[in-house]
Design a protein around this ligand. Structure first.
Ligand code: NAG
Ligand code: NAG
Ligand code: NAG
Ligand code: NAG
Ligand code: NAG
Ligand code: NAG
Length: 387
């Protein structure tokens, strides 16, 4: 996900790190209960936010086993986004799903390097975790940006501050490596934030990518430069690729790894906008999740992450797709640093082993909305999952 609607809660100022850390532990997760040999498995890696939970509800609703959620640094720092994952699980009694905190920093990028790049190549309308630090905005409900990555902005937890804690026995990348070793060929890796953890997993274990089932990502816009100039700043925002640009080197490592299948929800992720009438329709069934969506999802942005999740769960929703060999520009001196470049086979570079990826161009809008509606109106709880 990128730019999320700012929310302003009546929480007080930042607590110290120690007092802010939640104390209790979720009940043990029994991943073997209610699993059948054919139940697909997924790990969802995202920069979670107060209304950013729909993708994991989509997966649960489709009967997939959510092995765990992983946080990354993209919209905000990985600690803050991981706490949002915990909080949104907790509000729906889904705290049995484990959360692993991702890497604080991208492989190379830092706020200073990113801001220096912007000075030369132009400012992104949404700078995610690399926006300049603004403690006033944080006190008013924004997630932390720049500064100390271990800083928590409690005012941003409009969904409630979590009382359950992230798993502390291993990092997000280690968790992904462990699960793919445990279930070779079965685990889909879903990424709707930066690719840092996935790149770390790829480098940590040379068999990680080839033993995963697939990689499905939100991001990878192509041929959108004109849209960045001919409309509003918001239109430019919708067509900027913060997920990949936060960590260009990790994006390249992930997309050139040996995943058996890589699917991009890039331009298609902008197709279906959130509208008030759809939010009203979702809220016809009132539960903690439809409440959060109704209050905080907003109508400014498309269903980015939900589009990527829907295409993973039901590939038949793709109405028009293409495929191409993909590279990521990792030249810091380039204005497209962190953006993709596509090739047909005949013209693909011979000096590197680029991978062919599926690139969806159009999604079945009614099918996407039906999937979202079922997921948020009938969410399971841990009691259902351990039946
Ligand atoms: C997990 O669930 C399975 C199937 O219901 C059960 O056989 C097993 O004993 C459970 N394991 C634990 C540790 O509760
Ligand atoms: C297992 O989970 C699926 C999806 O949540 C659910 O439809 C099914 O009823 C569950 N099976 C049992 C035996 O509880
Ligand atoms: C954690 O517990 C507090 C106190 O009961 C509550 O106000 C808060 O909403 C809870 N957090 C979540 C995410 O449910
Ligand atoms: C910091 O955030 C506040 C509140 O949103 C805003 O009024 C102010 O302009 C921001 N400061 C900078 C330097 O952007
Ligand atoms: C790869 O993913 C695409 C898009 O989800 C799907 O249509 C296709 O069947 C998959 N291919 C394989 C070999 O699994
Ligand atoms: C699929 O998308 C391409 C690129 O936008 C377009 O040229 C083509 O007409 C589309 N095909 C269909 C069947 O809609």
């Amino acid at each position: 996900m990128h730019l999320v609607a700012k929310s302003f809660a009546a929480f007080t100022a930042l607590g110290s790190l120690a007092s802010a850390l939640p104390k209790s532990t979720p009940p043990a997760y029994n991943a073997t209960s209610n699993t059948t040999a054919c139940q697909p498995k997924v790990i969802l890696d995202n920069d979670w936010s107060p209304a950013g939970f729909i993708p994991y509800l989509q997966a649960l609703s489709a009967g997939w086993e959510v092995l765990g959620l992983v946080s990354d640094t993209a919209n905000s720092w990985a600690l803050q986004t991981g706490l949002h994952a915990l909080a949104t699980l907790e509000v729906g009694d889904l705290g049995c799903i484990p959360v692993y905190l991702g890497s604080d920093y991208p492989l190379l990028n830092t706020p200073k390097l990113f801001q220096a790049w912007e000075y030369v190549h132009g400012v992104l309308p949404w700078e995610g975790a690399f926006a300049p630090e603004n403690l006033t905005a944080e006190a008013e409900g924004s997630d932390p940006t720049s500064g100390n990555p271990k800083r928590i902005s409690r005012a941003a937890f409009t969904e409630g501050f979590p009382n359950i804690t992230a798993q502390s026995d291993m990092s997000a990348a280690e968790f992904m490596v462990q699960q793919v070793r445990k279930y070779p060929g079965e685990v889909s890796i879903y990424s709707a934030g930066a690719l840092t953890n996935i790149a770390l997993a790829v480098r940590m274990d040379p068999s990680f990518a080839s033993n995963a089932k697939e990689l499905v990502i939100m991001g990878g816009y192509i041929d959108v430069n004109l849209l960045q100039t001919t409309g509003s700043v918001l239109l430019a925002d919708l067509n900027s690729d913060i997920n990949l640009m936060i960590d260009p080197e990790a994006s390249k490592i992930a997309f050139t790894a040996d995943f058996p299948n890589i699917t991009f929800a890039g331009n298609v992720a902008n197709q279906v906008m959130s509208t008030q009438s759809f939010l009203n329709e979702l809220h016809e069934v009132v539960n903690p999740y439809t409440d959060l969506i109704y209050n905080y999802y907003g109508t400014q942005f498309p269903f980015w992450d939900e589009t990527a999740a829907a295409l993973m769960l039901d590939p038949s929703l793709a109405l028009n797709s293409t495929s191409f060999y993909v590279d990521v520009d990792t030249s810091y001196a380039s204005p497209s640093y962190g953006n993709i470049h596509a090739y047909q086979k005949a013209l693909a570079p011979r000096g590197q082993d680029l991978k062919k990826v599926n690139y969806v161009l159009e999604i079945d809008e009614a099918g996407l909305k039906a999937q979202i509606k079922k997921a948020v109106q009938q969410p399971p709880t841990c009691a259902d999952l351990s039946r």
